[in-house]
Design a protein around this ligand. Structure first.
Ligand code: CA
Length: 225
């Protein structure tokens, strides 16, 4: 799950990013309104968190602009201003939910999960052949046997499964699993695919992750490999 956080206060942004990454989300940060607008329009995010007080364009204007551009992703607004007026303004601007700073981190995570679950195209379970992934419990089973994965391996597997049958480039994988600020040109994707294969494909006749030479990887049933 990939989240865009638009927040200009560096310490707040770093705190939220770190906490959400511990919950296995991938988080990209934009530090002003115009940057947020650009990233939210061009990036493939599952949810957007917008601070209300932002330089360049405030969070409410940003939310309106995104809805006007047809961005339908769930939007959660954050603000230090506990005023009913701003809240109403934010919700009228197209936000799905609202959280007043300072908030308990567990509440932020709970609200995010509710918003993500509301989306019709999101299920709590993904599967392919005898592989089954429970997204809420973050558990992976193959042939009925549980497989222990690291957070990044889990994020990568969920991304592969959501896009099964589609060739994914290394750049797409990095953007979705590590975020924009991760420097490309490393072999991090290959290293993680290797460890994922060792845990998930080794010992099974049908391989599910396939290399597409010169491009990247594809997840599909072993039958048509
Ligand atoms: Ca702010």
């Amino acid at each position: 799950m990939r989240i865009l956080l638009v927040e200009d206060e560096q310490n707040v942004a770093a705190f939220i990013k770190k906490g959400l990454e511990e919950e296995a989300f991938t988080v990209d940060v934009a530090t002003d309104g115009p940057e947020g607008l650009l990233m939210a329009t061009e990036g493939d995010f599952d949810l957007l968190i917008l601070d209300v007080m932002l330089p360049g364009m405030d969070g409410i204007a940003l939310c309106r602009a995104l809805r006007a551009k047809g961005v339908a992703r769930p939007i959660l607004m954050l603000t230090a201003v506990d005023s009913v007026e701003r809240k109403v303004e934010g919700l009228e601007g197209g936000a799905d939910d609202y959280l007043v700073k300072p908030f308990a981190f567990s509440e932020l995570v709970a609200r995010i999960r509710v918003l993500l679950r509301r989306r019709a195209d999101l299920t709590s379970e993904l599967s392919l052949d005898d592989l089954r992934v429970d997204l809420l419990a973050r558990r992976v089973y193959r042939g009925g046997k549980e497989i222990a994965l690291t957070q990044k391996e889990f994020s990568m597997l969920a991304y592969f499964l959501r896009n099964k049958g589609r060739v994914l480039s290394r750049t797409q994988i990095i953007e979705n699993v590590w975020g924009y600020d991760f420097s490309p040109g490393t072999n991090i994707v290959d290293v993680h695919v290797k460890s994922l294969r060792e845990k998930m494909d080794a010992g099974f006749a049908r391989k599910l992750i396939h290399t597409v030479r010169g491009v990247g990887y594809i997840m599909k049933s072993g039958d048509d490999a």
